[in-house]
Design a binder for this molecule. Structure first.
Ligand SMILES: [Zn+2]
Length: 162
């Protein structure tokens, strides 16, 4: 159970959404992940770095989690909560759960994200993320502008004729 103060979660999510919009406008993907604990935000706002790094696991959420694991020289991520604009994929859930993240707060869930063109729902079971396991960490946390990074990305793709 997460004990993160609500104002920390709200502020982190709102900022993640803003970063997501900016990243989409810069040509990136709408996913942003950030780690918080009782004291506030403890990572950068992670964005997807797969293309630049050629690292297929450099998803936004994993980028943020790795940063804390590396910088704080800690054994795991217990006591932390992952805040994400879009629901993490199976790989990111696996990473978060294996590293002991307490909870995951999500503005736009996987079904809604799929409607915006990102359908990775088959990734869950192949990585052992059953609905039961997901429910131990997942929290729906709608944000005021939560859809905006995804809507902007969606329209960018249409305008590009893709
Ligand atoms: Zn992912």
């Amino acid at each position: 159970m997460s004990t993160i103060p609500p104002d920390v979660l709200i502020q982190a999510m709102n900022e993640a959404v803003v970063v997501g919009v900016e990243h989409v406008e810069a040509g990136g993907l709408p996913f942003v992940g950030v780690l918080v604990d009782n004291s506030g935000v403890i990572s950068d706002f992670g964005v997807n770095r797969v293309r630049e790094t050629r690292d297929p696991t450099a998803h936004a959420e994993i980028v943020a989690m790795r940063e804390v694991l590396n910088s704080d020289d800690r054994d795991d991520l217990s006591g932390t909560t992952l805040v994400a604009t879009g629901e993490p994929c199976g790989l990111c859930y696996r990473f978060a759960i294996d590293q002991g993240v307490d909870a995951i707060y999500v503005a736009v869930d996987r079904d809604a994200v799929a409607e915006w063109g990102f359908d990775y729902r088959t990734s869950y079971l192949s990585l052992g993320i059953t609905d039961e396991l997901r429910s131990t960490v997942f929290n729906s946390f709608p944000a005021e502008r939560g859809n905006e990074p995804f809507a902007r990305y969606f329209h960018t793709q249409i305008n590009n004729g893709r």
